[in-house]
Write a protein of this length. Structure first.
Length: 373
């Protein structure tokens, strides 16, 4: 059930992104973007999937308490008294209104604006039932919602343009505003992400010991190739299109969107894990972290420190070489963009292995150990 919940949340974020990207691009004048055609069935599936996917965490809690009360009574209690249940009630109601808006045959800018606002309300409902909201209702909900909005705007525009653009006309005009939009989204994600970490995590590096911290680390590492992809695709497109070549920027945008899709999957997985407590013990260790440190014993108050060894030196060189290879691949004309995508994944793995092989567990009270706060 836990795996289904993680997968459902990842798909939920993708649904939000498609809806947000579609509504925003409909509000942008046609001369400032390529022609876009998103089939109505795609939008309908995205809307209908929201309450279905958002129901999985509700079902998980219901099944947990059902043996004592019975399924239907447990479901009624969760939907009427639990925060996650009342948030789902709001999600279902808003989704039905959004479904009505999308099925209107005349898609005016007003309806697109209403659709965008309803999508933001759906994100608010999700943020209301998040781990961050449980720990700090005002700051937690606000930070989580802003984080979701920024991610959905950035990923949504990329996915919709990358997979539903019918031509590449007005591409320079599109990049002129989308570049600044993406930069704003990245800055917003960074600020809201730091606020969320401050609420949920007592020491970022020490959190790597548990599943939540592992997912958070992978999410942040994925940002490295994504930003390189974004910068390269923008610069290459501007350069080649300014020379009136037949360059097609869509494959690059699709691969950037695919990387962001992986990022959403990782986000959906780790956000369903409980945040680490103040004192992590051996029993709570992430299986992945334990694989790198099989004989480690963790006590309350243990922290993560770093050492240099032959493995870490090798992965350091591997990380640098893979980053250089990724940047170089952008400038090789005959190299398919898919190769750059594979190299980008290698970049993430090399940096991840570098961090895992240099990390060691410091006992409680170790002077200079632990880089959390």
């Amino acid at each position: 059930m836990a795996v289904l919940v993680m997968l459902s949340q990842a798909l939920l974020y993708i649904s939000f992104a498609i809806l947000m990207g579609n509504f925003i691009l409909r509000l942008v004048p046609e001369q400032h973007r390529p022609a876009i055609y998103v089939p109505q069935k795609v939008l309908l599936i995205s809307v209908l999937s929201v309450p279905i996917l958002a129901f999985f965490p509700v079902l998980e809690i219901t099944l947990y308490i059902a043996p004592r009360l019975g399924f239907f009574e447990a479901l009624q209690i969760v939907l009427l008294t639990y925060t996650i249940g009342t948030a789902w009630d709001a999600t279902l109601f808003i989704s039905l209104i959004l479904l009505f808006v999308i099925t209107r045959t005349q898609q005016t800018k007003l309806l697109s604006f209403v659709g965008m606002m309803l999508t933001i309300l759906l994100m608010l409902a999700l943020a209301w039932s998040s781990h961050a909201a449980a720990m700090d209702k005002v700051l937690g909900v606000t930070s989580d919602m802003i984080h979701l909005i920024a991610m959905s705007v950035w990923v949504g525009i990329l996915l919709v343009v990358g997979y539903f653009a019918t031509n590449t006309q007005n591409w320079i005009a599109f990049l002129n505003w989308f570049t600044y939009t993406a930069i704003g989204c990245v800055a917003t994600l960074a600020i809201s992400g730091f606020l969320l970490m401050d609420i949920l995590v007592d020491g970022y590096i020490n959190a790597w010991m548990v599943d939540y911290g592992q997912g958070m680390l992978l999410k942040h590492l994925l940002v490295v190739p994504i930003l390189l992809f974004a910068g390269a695709s923008s610069l290459i497109a501007r350069f080649k299109l300014s020379r009136n070549t037949d360059f097609n920027p869509l494959p690059w945008m699709r691969l950037e969107g695919l990387l962001l899709g992986v990022l959403l999957i990782v986000t959906g997985a780790f956000t369903q894990q409980p945040p680490p407590g103040h004192n992590v013990t051996t029993e709570a260790l992430s299986p992945i972290f334990k694989w790198f440190h099989p004989d480690v014993v963790v006590e309350a108050g243990s922290s993560i420190g770093f050492v240099v060894n032959i493995q870490s030196v090798l992965f350091l060189f591997g990380s640098l070489l893979s980053i250089i290879a990724l940047v170089g691949s952008f400038f090789l004309k005959k190299l398919p963009p898919a190769v750059s995508f594979i190299i980008g994944c290698i970049v993430v793995l090399c940096i991840y292995f570098l961090l895992m092989t240099t990390s060691v567990i410091r006992p409680p009270g170790f002077m200079g150990g632990g880089m959390g706060h």
